[in-house]
Write a protein that binds this ligand. Structure first.
Ligand SMILES: O=C(O)CCC(=O)C(=O)O
Ligand SMILES: [Fe+2]
Length: 285
């Protein structure tokens, strides 16, 4: 990332927090300054409607296949199922998706994402088989759902569970639904990526707190939008209050540093065991 200091960033970055950018062959200085200052960027229409369908079709195929086969985890990472909008059960979180879909893998390897990768560094790779791999999420507000939203967290803390110092990391989210502020969706706390380690660990109780923050930004998306956020930024997914609604997103980890490859027979990760335990308390599985 470029080395403009954060105070200089604050002075120069005049664009409003809710600016939505267009992804071009290179990122502009303004975009980089925005990312350095606030810890995120939002791009409109990075995937075409046909490409959004590739992702949602992959989600449906994989969840159906794993449900039929009674698979409950992939490489030690749970896939959890629950009620969807129709009669069928659905999965709320599918890990390692690109490993099972060549079409999806090819889409994510498309050159349009190069300027984003360049932000992370020279030796950057998509973590197709690292940590949780490429994840497709589904948040459902329906009777019995244990995942209508996701509490406050940073993504960087995962590294601590893997017993290593949080690496520089950017998370890339592809948004698959139209979501207005009233319909819930991604909420970010701009600038919190510049905090120290203590604030990253203790600002809020991880995944437990869903309380709106006065400084939070609601990211309003159209299908095919992309967001990039710093792994140290605090964020959450606000639930849609309306029953019978869902939101879907795909997360791509761009990695640097020593890979931690997850194999077929990898043991469950500690924080996923905690998650499973918490879901069971809520009556899920
Ligand atoms: O669905 C989203 O937009 C965010 C998901 C997220 O924060 C996560 O999986 O860590
Ligand atoms: Fe996250």
């Amino acid at each position: 990332m470029n080395a403009i200091s954060s105070t200089e960033n604050q002075e120069k970055s005049l664009l409003p927090l809710d600016t939505v950018f267009t992804l071009e062959a290179e990122l502009s200085e303004e975009q980089i300054r925005f990312l350095n200052t606030y810890g995120f960027l939002h791009f409109r229409g990075v995937l075409s409607p046909e490409e959004v369908k590739i992702v949602t079709d992959t989600q449906e195929e994989l969840e159906q296949r794993w449900l039929n086969e009674g698979v409950s985890e992939i490489r030690g990472v749970p896939i959890f199922f629950g009620p969807g909008l129709g009669a069928k059960e659905v999965s709320y979180r599918l890990p390692f998706c690109s490993e099972f879909s060549p079409k999806l893998k090819a889409l994510l390897d498309d050159p349009r994402f190069e300027p984003i990768k360049a932000l992370v560094g020279d030796e950057v790779r998509i973590g197709h088989n690292e940590q949780d791999g490429v994840v497709i999420n589904r948040y459902v507000n329906a009777e019995g759902s244990v995942r209508p939203g996701l509490g406050w967290h940073t993504d960087g803390l995962r590294d601590i569970f893997y017993l290593r110092k949080p690496q520089q990391m950017l998370n890339f989210g592809l948004h698959l639904d139209r979501v207005s502020k009233e319909e819930g969706g991604l909420r970010l706390l701009p600038g919190t990526h510049l905090q120290g380690m203590l604030a990253m660990m203790f600002r809020k109780p991880y995944f437990i707190s869903h309380k709106p923050h006065k400084a939070e930004l609601a990211v309003e998306t159209l299908p095919g939008d992309m967001t990039v956020h710093d792994g140290r930024l605090w964020h959450r997914v606000a639930q849609n209050k309306k029953v019978g609604t869902q939101r879907r997103s795909l997360f791509v980890p761009y990695m640097t540093g020593e890979p931690i490859i997850r194999e077929e027979n990898s043991k469950p990760v500690f924080y996923h065991r905690l998650g499973r335990w918490a879901r069971r308390i809520k009556g899920g599985r």
